[in-house]
Design a binder for this molecule. Structure first.
Ligand SMILES: [Zn+2]
Length: 267
């Protein structure tokens, strides 16, 4: 069994910077203190919420820690962090105010009042994340929350009652003023800050002048692959970077095949 330990809303690391604890390590750090609660992350992985901060452990900076994890570890940690935030936000029933308890048969919280029995599930907030492409260029933008010179793909939450397709068109229009077409699904990534599910797409530019909204997006530009050297891109494990890397690879392959064609015409 692997344990993740948490105090308040943060996961805990030991002095070797490790997030995963065996039973022996749990006994050492937690001792005879009984945990507030244990939540099942996966059959072999449990999240233990503690009522007191163990002296030898530290609260992790999750954004930097995620970068170092394998695919399995990323899945455990992002699920554990999402369950943790959700649990802390639902200590009492939103309908009647009584205490919430874990359901026996599924990952849900149930109101402890027999008259109410309100049931809530972990919240997942779908987000779209998009790379807009046109010929050999793509749009990257600087968000007002980014560090200086960081550029990334465009992103936003899907709103209530909205389809993913409409969310893509609306977000891009709102953030940079352009219209898009030819939506192509790329892949998804859970992003536990606090409960996003990022759905990534490539789209084609269909018209309009590139103009950042000036609030969320302070700068937006068309980039060729060569232009990317002048800016800082998101970290490699992030889905935004994977979208950009996929585009770079396709651009390089296209350049190679057009070189080949040119050579064969000359021969
Ligand atoms: Zn209730």
């Amino acid at each position: 069994m692997i344990y993740l330990l948490a105090y308040n809303n943060r996961l805990l690391i030991d002095n070797a910077q490790c997030l995963f604890h065996g039973l022996e390590s749990v006994e050492n750090h937690v001792g005879y203190q009984s945990p507030l609660e244990t939540l099942v992350v996966e059959p072999s992985v449990k999240l233990m919420r503690l009522s007191r901060m163990p002296a030898e452990l530290e609260q992790v900076d999750l954004r930097s820690a995620l970068e170092l994890l394998s695919e399995d570890e990323y899945r455990w940690v992002s699920r554990a962090q999402q369950l943790l935030s959700w649990r802390l936000q639902h200590q009492h029933c939103g309908r009647c105010g009584e205490k919430m308890e874990q359901a026996d048969n599924e990952m849900a919280l149930v109101c402890s009042s027999d008259h109410c029995r309100n049931r809530v599930y972990p919240r997942i907030s779908p987000c779209i994340i998009v790379l807009v492409e046109y010929e050999d260029r793509a749009i990257l933008a600087h968000n007002s929350r980014f560090t200086p010179n960081r550029f990334s793909t465009l992103a936003g939450f899907v709103e209530a009652g909205e389809t993913v397709e409409r969310a893509v068109a609306r977000e891009i229009r709102e953030e940079v003023g352009v219209e898009v077409k030819g939506l192509r699904y790329f892949k998804s990534q859970a992003w536990p800050f606090p409960d996003s599910l990022m759905l990534a797409f490539h789209v084609e530019y269909a018209g309009g002048e590139l103009k950042p909204d000036g609030v969320e997006i302070t700068e937006a530009r068309w980039f060729t692959v060569d232009d990317l050297d002048s800016v800082e891109l998101p970290p490699p494990f992030s889905i935004s970077r994977q979208l950009i890397d996929d585009w770079i690879e396709r651009q390089r392959a296209a350049t190679k095949s057009s070189d080949k064609e040119r050579r064969s015409t000359l021969e």
